[in-house]
Each structure stands twice: as C-alpha cells, then as structure tokens.
Write a protein that binds this ligand. Structure first.
Ligand SMILES: *[C@@H]1O[C@H](CO)[C@@H](O)[C@H](O)[C@H]1NC(C)=O
Ligand SMILES: *[C@@H]1O[C@H](CO)[C@@H](O)[C@H](O)[C@H]1NC(C)=O
Ligand SMILES: *[C@@H]1O[C@H](CO)[C@@H](O)[C@H](O)[C@H]1NC(C)=O
Ligand SMILES: *[C@@H]1O[C@H](CO)[C@@H](O)[C@H](O)[C@H]1NC(C)=O
Ligand SMILES: *[C@@H]1O[C@H](CO)[C@@H](O)[C@H](O)[C@H]1NC(C)=O
Ligand SMILES: *[C@@H]1O[C@H](CO)[C@@H](O)[C@H](O)[C@H]1NC(C)=O
Ligand SMILES: *[C@@H]1O[C@H](CO)[C@@H](O)[C@H](O)[C@H]1NC(C)=O
Length: 760
C-alpha cells in the first residue's frame, strides 16, 4: 500500500465471536409504508423488533443493533448469524439485505491555480467566499487546533444547523467553533468488523491526517506563511474559506465501513449540511447495492450536493467509482508546481526527480554518496520492505528503492533505520513517469521509470557507483498543467455507461493542506518533526476542491438544485491547459473518460449563463429507462413506481445530464436525445450551437438557436446522432462536444459527448 494514495480495494472482514455461529454486519432495508411500523412508537423500536424476532436466544436485541437509519433509507445495520439472516430475508417488510463492506479513503497554492483571487467581481467575492454554506466531510476526522480551522471573522453558526460537537477521547465541545461547527464519529460498524484495533482517538479527532487535509482543502481559512518544511511557502486557503465545516468521522485505520458511512449521511441530512464531501470509495458496484449511491439519493432529494472521489484505480478503463448520476464524480489533475530534487550520477548524467526535503537539516544532503540497489535475489530488499536491508550493505549510502508494496515515506524510514544516508525512489513499469512529491525522513527523491532504468544500468556498470541529490526548492509555472493524474480512475462507467463519468477533474497531485499537529509530515510514527501542513495526492484531494466550489456556487445561488450546481461546474470546465493546448493524459490529449467535462473553473462556474437542471423524479425515470426492476428502484430511491406507466408518460426520455453519452448497440445507427436549458445569465440572450462531431458520427441539432427572453426561462433542443457505419469490433469509442455560445460571447456552455459502439 502506498501511504499517500489510500483509495483501495473493497475487502470483506468478518469476526468470530462468542456466538456458535459467526456474526456479520448486514444493512437491512425495509419498506417504509403500509407496514408493521404503525404498531411501534418509534422507528428505533420498530427496527429492534426485527432483531427480536430473528434471534432465538434471550439475548438483548439492542446489543446487535448498530444503527437505525431514517433519513438515507428506512432500515438498520445489525450483527446477525446466517440463520437469523435467512429468517429476516423472508419477512414481507424486508426489501433487501446487504453485507457491510469496507471502503477506503482514497493548498497553499491550488486556489490560485484555479484562478481564484480575492478581488471584486470574482467568484470568491460574488459568493462571499462561500459564506453561510455548510460542508459536511465524511473522512478520518479533524485536527481542530489546526490554524486552517480558526474562526476569526467567520459569521455565526447558521440558524438551520442542528448538528452537535460530539465529545470523545481528546475532543469536547470547545473544539468546535464558528468554522468547525460540528463533529461526530461513527465507529460501531468498524468495531463489529475489526477484531483487533490499532490505537487511535475514539472521537472526531483525526489520528490519520487525511480528514484534516480534505476538510481544510474544501473550507479552510486563509493561513499566511503556510509551508511544508519551507517548501511551497504561501497563503494556504480552502476553496470556500467562508463556508462552515462539519466533520463526520467514518474512516479508521482499517478503512471505512458502509454501515458507519450510512449512519453519518443519515445524521448529516438532519443536521442540515448543504454539501457532502466523500473522499472515499471502492470499486464500482450496481447502484442498488451501493450504499453511497442510496444514501446520496435521499441527500439529493433534500437539496444536498454530494461530491465524491472517482477513485485511484486509473489508468485502467472502467475503474471510476461513485458513479451515480446524482453524485458529482471527481477525477484528479496535476498542478504546475514542481519540487525538483535532481540526481547527479558519477558518470556525469543527470536524472530529474522530485521531493520535499528540508536540505539544511541533514549534513549529507547534496553530498556525493555511494549508490546501492540491494538485489539479494528477493524483491523485498528492492522495495525496501521493513527489515530487508542488510546494515553492512547500506550504511552511509544512497539506497535505491523500487516504488510500490509499502508506503513511500515508510521506505525512507526503513533505509534510515538500516543506516542509509539517502534514498532514491524508482518508479517501475506500473507508475511509469508519474510523479509524487513526498516528505521524507532523510534526503530522498523520486525518479520516473526511464530514469530508473538509466540509474540501474549505471549502478551495474561500475564497481563504486556515486550519486548526489540537489534540492531545487519550489518551482512554479515551468511545466504544462493541468494534466490528468495517472492514478485518476477512468470511465466509461461500469454500471451505467449511459452517463459519462467522471464528471470533472480538479487538482489532486501534490496538494498542500492542513495536517494534525502531533504527526510528522510523513505521518510515520518515527517522524518527530511537527508541521501544520503536508502534501498529499489522490482523487481524495481533488474531491474537496469541488465540494468547496459547490459551496461557492450555493452561496451565490442559494436556490439552485444539486443538479444545477453540478451543471454549472461541468459546462464551464476547461479542456485546455495553461499553455492553451489540450489537457494532457499520459502524454496525449486527454479523453472524456479521463477528464469528463474537463478541469473545474470556479471563476466561470459561478456564472454559467445556462444550466441543465434535473428533478429527483427524472432520476427515477432514468433508472426505469435502464431497465432496473421495481425492487431495485425501490432500494435506491425508496419509491414504489411502475416503470411501465412512467415510460408510457415519458416516451423518448433523456436524463437532462450536462454531458452526453450515446451508445450504438447491436448495429443501431441512429439515436436522438433531448436536453433542456434554463437561463440563469441575462434576459434577452441569444445562443447558437457549435458541434464538434465524434469521428464516424453525423450530429444534427434542432433548433440551432435558442432565444431566451427572461431569466429562469427553459428551452429544449434535440440532438440526432447518425453512425456513418456499423462498427463490428467488440467495443469502440469516439468523442466530441456540443457548445451553446451566447451571441456576444459572454457565455459558453459546453457538453462533452462520448459515443460507444457495442456489438452485444
Ligand atoms: C399492507 O397492509 C396490509 C394490511 O395490513 C397487508 O395485508 C399487506 O401485506 C401490506 N403490504 C405490504 C407491502 O406490507
Ligand atoms: C474541553 O477540554 C479542555 C482541555 O482538556 C478543557 O480545558 C475544557 O474545559 C473542556 N471543555 C468542556 C466544555 O468540557
Ligand atoms: C546487471 O548486469 C548483469 C550482468 O551483466 C545482468 O545480468 C543484470 O541484468 C544487470 N542488472 C541490471 C539491473 O541492469
Ligand atoms: C502551527 O500553528 C500554530 C497555531 O497557529 C503555531 O503556533 C505553530 O507555531 C505552528 N507550527 C509550525 C510548525 O509552523
Ligand atoms: C408497490 O405497489 C404495488 C402495486 O401498487 C404493490 O403491489 C406493492 O406491494 C408495493 N410495494 C411496496 C414496496 O410498497
Ligand atoms: C451580452 O449580452 C447580454 C444580453 O443581451 C447583456 O446583458 C450583456 O451585458 C452583454 N455583454 C457584453 C459584454 O456585451
Ligand atoms: C428565478 O427563479 C428563482 C427561484 O425559483 C427566483 O428566486 C428568482 O427570483 C427568479 N428570477 C427571476 C428574475 O425571475
């Protein structure tokens, strides 16, 4: 596991307990109407009655009930044996039972990179820095003393707020303030599943750092002179420094359990958050089996924007997670900020690398050292796993470690413990040229795969190979950015290819944000240095950027729906980088399955001109059009609908999504979709359409001109796609885009298009 990229696979855990039969945690979903519920005075008692019926012993049923859910769904989480489960599943009130699953968690400068400046007339000014909005962050908790959560100058806690500041280990109500207005923790699912626990704060306090980092990225206040060991010195500030933050700790060292996540969403809805930010997830699962999709449907119905990380399983296709159409799914991009740490080899060659390391702290930095790459016939020493490096071979030397298996900073600690003086982290074929800046406990740098081949050839070619690392500080603006991060999960959506995912990309590489003050910048237990900020990478870091932007838009337009806010973010996204050329992905122009609509631009998103709005009912119609069964739709939406009737009333329905995904299946050659735009710009606006057709497809739009007389006026258009030929290959793709341009050029409303040919 790489320490800084924690969005991992879904793993099952179960526990052996005192019961003869194994207990496992299940999430039980119930019918909400016309049920036995009327016989009970509360939902809690009703939920408890199911367990009472199911357990045969005279055990106290409440010891088995973990959570009783009301707002995300009607149901509960409980520990059950297989026979109890079999009994419950056959009760008429029970509609579905899902085993609990474990998910994983997956900026002094990024706000400037995105074009936000504290000047009149811009997005920050128009939204009052996101003033008054509440961002709920589901993560590893928070370090409340971080200067990023100082509440000086913050407005009072909004009247609608009904949350609490939950006391626990090293945390009490005085830790909340007008910035950090709420904090809760959810541990029952975690405790039920993890027999041996790693010591960590049993409270909203962050033992890990990830949650402190993501919360401050979304809504941290400005902290002048922020830096990581002197690197990237500047003002650190979240995307929406005027927003309030509410922290829901659902992730622990062993991961984040769905039962805990659902409980947090359940309360967050009632607490009154405006935005939910989830930098966590796993692999894609069907929507009716996806607790985040289910919980966020209800959140969306309550007008809450749900923003999620797309996952770090890229560049593999179909790796994008959190892909429900009512969620904003965020990929990661790079910044134009570098931290060069160049290796000079004894043969005169130079290898470019990157690192953050306080060079003046250790005397060996910049000094020529003997290079060693320990290959004892085992890969353990090549990866510098704990205890694998022989002291006599590495003492006083610069040790080469392959990237992967264990954490990057951890490798540095292993080298240091074995007496090594410096480290070169070498990318393998898996990472290729992907950069990742880390803080290390000894002088270190990370080099790309090409460089690592040259380095190893040099080491092999001579008896006493030598090397020196020169640390170059912080360099801004010299490289092409943004580019899609290699690890950022890619579309098309596995469960629902008719929606193009991810939606957008946002900065997620080498992001500097707040960090617990009791952890060193590496997060390693041995690291005794103290910092207020550190650097991290992942779609986890991209997600809170967009949560913050959603808060800015919401503050400027309090009545907009989550769909309208997402539309504004998507249709104004950029597809070119700072040099004006196409955003890159792995050295080529990025495709729509890598970047969605493109790189977020908060400056334009706050004033998009037109929006594609979606009502909650439209999502139900969409699920019907995908052929979901009545019970599957009930699981996701808690609505008992007849798709037959709905589809009869909505012939030719298309979900009014801000991007377009067209699928030609089984030789079909013609597709028509509709869209509806609402004017939120100026009255008397005339828009005309410009289309870049995907290769092999003819696109016809009707009408080609939209004349909006009033604000809030909605107008529809239709788009026909004609495939020029029937493609026979298993699956092929093409992409294009469609843009509505206002007559005087004030607004450009752009939608990416993907076309997929499927033979079966
Ligand atoms: C609705 O209530 C009636 C009468 O109590 C009952 O017979 C029927 O099974 C209930 N339907 C469901 C779906 O529980
Ligand atoms: C919270 O904890 C701090 C430090 O332990 C203490 O000084 C303070 O009185 C406590 N506040 C409350 C409300 O309990
Ligand atoms: C080093 O050289 C030996 C013999 O010349 C060769 O077998 C080996 O593959 C080389 N290793 C690397 C890492 O280049
Ligand atoms: C961290 O922030 C606190 C509070 O602003 C400050 O007192 C402390 O000096 C900072 N620590 C470092 C290492 O900058
Ligand atoms: C849904 O409605 C149908 C027909 O109206 C009914 O038969 C069925 O029991 C209902 N199901 C639920 C979950 O309420
Ligand atoms: C563009 O047109 C709109 C609507 O007619 C008008 O409100 C706006 O001021 C114009 N902008 C410029 C830059 O001319
Ligand atoms: C547009 O609609 C919103 C909400 O329905 C309303 O608050 C606003 O006043 C309307 N604007 C105009 C110009 O009609």
């Amino acid at each position: 596991m790489e320490s800084k990229i924690l969005f991992l696979s879904t793993v099952f855990f179960c526990i052996l307990s005192i019961h003869a039969e194994t207990l496992r945690t299940y999430i039980v979903q119930l019918h909400s109407q016309n049920t036995t519920s009327s016989q009970f005075t509360s939902k809690f008692k009703w939920h408890l009655s199911f367990i009472k019926q199911a357990i045969s012993s005279d055990e106290n049923p409440s010891s088995r009930l973990l959570y009783s859910y009301r707002s995300t769904m009607d149901g509960f989480a409980a520990q059950l044996t297989q026979s109890e489960l079999d009994y419950l599943q056959n009760l008429p009130d029970v509609i579905s039972v899902r085993p609990d699953r474990q998910l994983q968690i997956q900026t002094t400068y990024s706000y400037k990179f995105l074009g936000l400046n504290p000047a009149r007339g811009d997005a920050w000014y128009q939204s009052g820095y996101g003033r008054g909005t509440i961002i709920g962050v589901l993560d590893t908790g928070v370090w409340p003393e971080s200067p990023s959560f100082n509440d000086r100058g913050m407005p009072p806690v909004p009247k609608k707020w009904r949350g609490i500041c939950q006391a626990g280990q090293a945390f009490n109500s005085s830790n909340c303030n007008r910035k950090l207005i709420g904090a809760r923790y959810f541990i029952k699912g975690h405790l039920a599943a993890s027999p041996s626990r790693i010591p960590e704060y049993v409270s909203p306090r962050d033992s890990h750092g990830h949650g402190t980092h993501t919360s401050s990225t979304s809504g941290g206040v400005a902290v002048p002179m922020a830096s990581v060991l002197g690197y990237a010195r500047g003002v650190a500030r979240g995307m929406a420094p005027g927003a309030h933050i509410a922290v829901y700790k659902v992730c622990w060292f062993n991961g984040c359990y769905n039962s805990d996540i659902l409980a947090a969403m359940d309360l967050a809805i009632r607490d009154g958050v405006d935005i939910l930010s989830l930098s966590l997830g796993g692999f894609p699962v069907p929507l009716y089996d996806d607790n985040i999709a289910i919980g966020s449907f209800r959140a969306m119905e309550h007008g809450i924007s749900v923003v999620c990380a797309a996952g770090n399983n890229g560049p593999v296709a179909m790796s994008v997670a959190n892909e429900a159409p009512w969620i904003a799914t965020i990929g990661a991009s790079t910044l134009d900020r570098k931290f060069p740490a160049v290796v000079h080899m004894g043969n005169g060659q130079v290898l470019y690398g990157e690192s953050m390391y306080q060079a003046n702290q250790f005397s060996r930095a910049g000094k020529e050292l003997e290079l060693v790459y320990v290959t004892n016939g085992d890969t353990e020493s090549q990866f510098c796993l704990s205890g694998s490096l022989p002291r006599d071979k590495v003492r006083g030397k610069m040790v080469v470690c392959d990237r992967g298996v264990n954490g990057r900073a951890e490798k540095g600690q292993v080298v240091k413990d074995a007496g090594g003086a410096a480290m070169i982290l070498a990318n393998t074929e898996i990472n290729l040229e992907e950069d990742s800046v880390d803080v290390h406990v000894l002088p270190a740098t990370l080099i790309g795969f090409d460089e690592s081949v040259r380095l190893k050839a040099y080491i092999n070619s001579t008896v006493r190979p030598l090397g020196r690392i020169d640390f170059g500080g912080t360099v801004i603006g010299k490289s092409r950015a943004p580019a899609v991060a290699r690890f950022s999960a890619r579309g098309p959506s596995f469960t629902n290819p008719s929606i193009l995912k991810p939606d957008v990309i946002a900065p997620g590489v080498n992001i500097i944000a707040a960090w617990p003050q009791n952890l060193g910048p590496t997060g390693l237990p041995e690291d005794s240095r103290r910092v207020n900020f550190t650097v991290m990478s992942g779609t986890s870091m991209a997600c809170p950027h967009v949560s913050g932007i959603a808060a800015l838009i919401r503050a400027a337009h309090p009545r907009w729906t989550p769909a309208a806010i997402k539309s504004a973010i998507m249709t104004t996204a950029e597809v070119t980088d700072h040099t004006g050329r196409p955003i890159q992905d792995e050295g080529q122009a990025a495709g729509v399955f890598a970047m969605g609509a493109g790189q977020v631009n908060p400056q334009r998103a706050i004033n998009p001109g037109l929006i594609y709005d979606i009502r909650p009912d439209d999502y139900v119609t969409h699920l019907c059009s995908l052929g979901y069964t009545r019970s599957e739709i009930f699981s996701i939406t808690h609505r008992n609908v007849s798709c037959h009737e709905i589809m009869n009333m909505n012939r030719g329905f298309s979900l009014n999504y801000p991007s377009m995904s067209v699928i030609f299946k089984d030789g079909s050659r013609r597709k028509m979709i509709t869209r509806r735009l609402t004017n939120v710009g100026s009255p008397n606006s005339i828009y005309s359409v410009k289309v870049t057709a995907p290769t092999g497809v003819k696109v016809k739009v009707k009408p080609r001109r939209l004349v909006f007389k009033h604000i809030n006026q909605s107008l529809s258009y239709r788009v026909w796609f004609f495939s020029r030929k029937v493609k026979r290959a298993a699956m092929t793709f093409a992409e294009g885009h469609l843009t509505w341009i206002q007559s005087n050029g004030s607004y450009r409303v752009r939608s990416p298009i993907s076309v997929t040919w499927k033979s079966r």
